[in-house]
Design a protein around this ligand. Structure first.
Ligand code: NAD
Ligand code: MG
Length: 400
């Protein structure tokens, strides 16, 4: 009988929305995967439960204090999982020689260091953490190439594009006319734009189709998520910015499309469930069960589309246009935009600025910082922190 050696998987950010969905998929295929390491920032109790269920060799908390609490809980429960703490432990686990596959599901630029470590160590890298690519850009891609890593997109749009493109990347430039990303339009697509100033954090996080972490939910409401995804697509697929388009598709059934040079369009469809792209990343180039419900075309009433310039959308989704602007600006500008947006979203969630002021913070930060092309991780981290400081000043000046 053929013996299957399980793929050893490390999940960075296992307590989040993508992290828990990944564990759900892995639990369906026990012989094929081994959960080798789990990591989290602050949710000690949830990580402890996950460790007791999946029995990883390693568990990492972002801080030593949280790691100590986790170690105590696991010791009391008689668990054999080794606990480590701190940012270096996170980087080490991403590059661990016994790990085959890294699911990068930390939110924000905080995931950059561990993503780079996994890339340099030549891992199969399942990238949910789009911010790492938006911040790292070409520098990150270079690490993927020199490390010999296999980069597989987890973002549903990019997984859809990857599934719709030909197998050989060398043919993409010539055969593909354009990539069309779909956007749901978020919770405020039909809301009077004059009332956006009154939006609360809970309203912004109440996405019509997807259940996600709070940061990406706010980004979906402002459409900054799609801006980050346009930048992500630029780096992942190499087409110039003018060949990347966005169309609003409120039902989130078509996850994105590729238009070829003969104007044939290939799309990927499915129910909005992140377990589909996660299972695809884990099993590629094969397929395996994801746990998602199948689409039912007998009950699927309609698929509709709206352009970005439909009435009111210029005010609702001002942020989307920053993607192309940042891509046409000097290298590093996408990192400035990402940092500004992280600070602005955090300030909005903490009720320090209004929803409609997120865009103002992003614009002001882009105006304040002129980046030099980043040549190292230290350059990127410095640019990220300068941009955060500038965005923090904007927030302070706007705070009510
Ligand atoms: P989430 O907030 O639900 O989870 C984030 C995870 O990251 C948690 O496990 C948390 O402990 C960890 N984390 C946060 N800050 C950290 C830090 N400083 N150091 C170490 N760990 C830290 O977020 P999510 O919705 O699962 O999103 C994760 C990533 O996947 C994001 O980059 C997001 O854009 C992307 N993504 C998410 C979805 C989705 O449906 N949720 C879809 C596409 C892409
Ligand atoms: Mg997405």
């Amino acid at each position: 009988m053929k013996q299957v050696i399980p793929q050893r998987v490390a999940i960075l950010g296992s307590t989040g929305s993508i992290g828990t969905s990944t564990l759900d998929v892995l639990a369906r295929h026990p012989g094929r995967f081994e959960v080798y390491a789990l990591t989290a920032a602050t949710q000690v109790d949830l990580l402890a439960q996950q460790c007791l269920k999946f029995e990883p060799r390693l568990a990492v908390m972002a801080s030593a204090a949280h790691a100590n609490r986790l170690a105590t809980l696991l010791k009391e429960a008689g668990s054999g999982t080794e606990v480590r703490g701190g940012p270096q432990a996170l980087v080490d686990v991403a590059a661990h020689e016994e790990v085959d596959t890294v699911m990068a599901a930390i939110v924000g630029a905080a995931g950059l260091g561990s993503c780079l470590a996994a890339a340099r160590a030549g891992k199969r890298l399942l990238l949910a953490n789009k911010e790492a690519l938006v911040v790292g850009g070409e520098f990150f891609l270079q690490a993927v190439r020199t490390g010999g890593a296999t980069l597989l997109p987890i973002d549903s749009e990019h997984s859809a594009i990857f599934q719709s493109l030909p197998d050989d990347p060398a043919t993409w430039q010539q055969r593909v006319d354009k990539i069309i990303l779909t956007a749901s339009g978020g919770p405020f697509r039909t809301r009077d734009p004059r009332t956006l100033r009154d939006v609360t954090p809970d309203q912004a996080c109440d996405h019509p189709n997807w259940v996600m972490g709070r940061k990406i939910s706010v980004d979906s409401a402002t459409m900054m998520n799609k801006a980050l995804e346009v930048i992500e697509a630029r780096y992942l697929f190499g087409l110039p910015p003018e060949r990347l388009e966005v169309v609003i598709h409120p039902q989130s059934v078509i996850h994105s499309m590729v238009q070829y040079s003969d104007h044939s369009v290939v799309a990927q469809l499915g129910t909005p469930d992140m377990r589909v792209p996660i299972a695809y990343g884990l099993s590629w180039p094969e397929r395996m069960a994801s746990g998602a419900t199948a689409l039912d075309f007998r009950t699927l009433a309609a698929m509709t589309f709206e352009p970005l310039d439909a009435p009111g959308h210029a005010e609702r989704y001002a942020g989307i246009h920053l993607a192309w602007e940042a891509l046409r600006s000097p290298a590093g500008t996408t990192a400035v935009l990402n940092a500004a947006n992280e600070v602005a979203v955090e300030a909005f969630l903490a009720r320090r600025i209004r929803f409609d002021q997120i865009h103002a913070v992003n614009l002001r930060t882009l105006e304040a910082i002129s980046p030099a092309a980043p040549g190292s991780l230290d350059d990127l981290l410095a640019l990220d922190s300068h941009s955060r400081a500038a965005a923090g000043q904007s927030v302070a000046s706007l705070s009510h």
